[in-house]
Design a protein around this ligand. Sequence first.
Ligand code: AMP
Ligand code: GLY
Length: 448
Amino acid sequence: MSDTINVLLIGGGGREHALAIKLRQSKRLGELWITHPENAGLAKLGKPVDVPVSIREIYRLQQFCDKNNIGLVVIGPEDPLAEGYADKLAAPGRLVFGPTAEAAKLESDKAWAKQLMKSSSIPTGDARIFTDARAAKDYLASREHPPALEGKAQKIAGKAAAELPPVIKAAGLAKGKGVIVPATFKEANEAIDRIMVAKEFGEAGARVVIEERLEGPEVSVLAIVDGHNILVLPPCQDHKRLLDGDKGPNTGGMGAYCPAPIIDDATLAIVERDVLVATLDALRREGIEYKGVLYAGIMLTAAGPKVLEFNCRFGDPECQPLMARLNSDIIELLCAACTGTLDKIDVEWDERPACCVVMAARGYPDKPKKGAVIEGLDAAAKVKDTSVTIAGATRTKDGTVAVSGGRVLGVTSLGDTIADARARAYEACDKITFEGAQFRRDIAARST
Ligand code: AMP
Ligand code: GLY
């Protein structure tokens, strides 16, 4: 199989730019089409589709694929997967990388995913699901003030009352913002109001999941799944909080590195067996076949690894260090996932670790400010074994590249050690300037 194949890449962030760079390196690539030419990085690598991209007019994209002989569609983000793009774009002679809408419910419906995990004894925090704010608050009150107990039991209840409140999650997709980790029960109550009464996340908040508070380091375990076989990718660690030392608000992710030595091989094997394979089995029992990326957000608790969330796609920014390390042809890999032949291919990784530092706009994540001109991109890309992926930056009419989103860039470097990779990434970050740029200085620091 050495024919070339025309590829349509859906999505417009840093993850998709990293995928596009890899697609461009493939010997199998014919033409590369993109849906988001406003991303200055993607615009350089692919041709923009000339039809609207929306599920309501999906027939336009279907016709586009037919006309341009698209053999592979790669869907990057969760929203189009949840909307059913994979279902609608698959056709004879055309492969689609990404799960169906039904399978993507693992990410798009946290309540459903929680029930699936519970019914299959997949390790995760205990949780209750509510459709009514009053009932949710009554439950919180019962957690805050457990009924009085006698003697020893009272001591235990007293301890429980002093514990941190549970985590409040909107069940639906909320652009990564629907999870609130409250510091007090008052904040937990307010979170219920924000989600269910003020409807800050719209319909995504029609149900809430109130989940036991877990503690421990977090690790992202991603696998490529072909319906039968599963290929676990090297583990990554993301940094979700905005500021150094894991302070500040949650974000989409401020940086990631790979591999992440915080998870050892034995624990990774447990995650593969008890989480990834168990989840695919549970889906199969529901009559759902899974193809694409299965991403488990894992917390390494004192009681073993537990699932915080599932995603049905590559992580962003985890995809950037993963793609930097992938030595194999990505089209071979994605096609094998689509055709159930992952067991027939060898996938090779660069031995060297990779580290990605995200540079964000002033005001991110609440109100990112757009328009700042970015300088130094070429100088940064010249740092050895470094690539710069664009997430939210666009080429303006006068030829400059300017901030157009919250997360602006990802700077990814390979190095002989994690310390080398991060030193290189920061050397490159220091060559890039734009007004209000913010980035963490401690990405990967805990593993050096
Ligand atoms: P999620 O989008 O579900 O991964 O949640 C975003 C972030 O919230 C996670 O990366 C964790 O840092 C935190 N989080 C989610 N669930 C819990 C939990 N049960 N206990 C503690 N922290 C959590
Ligand atoms: N980096 C976290 C995510 O992609 O959901």
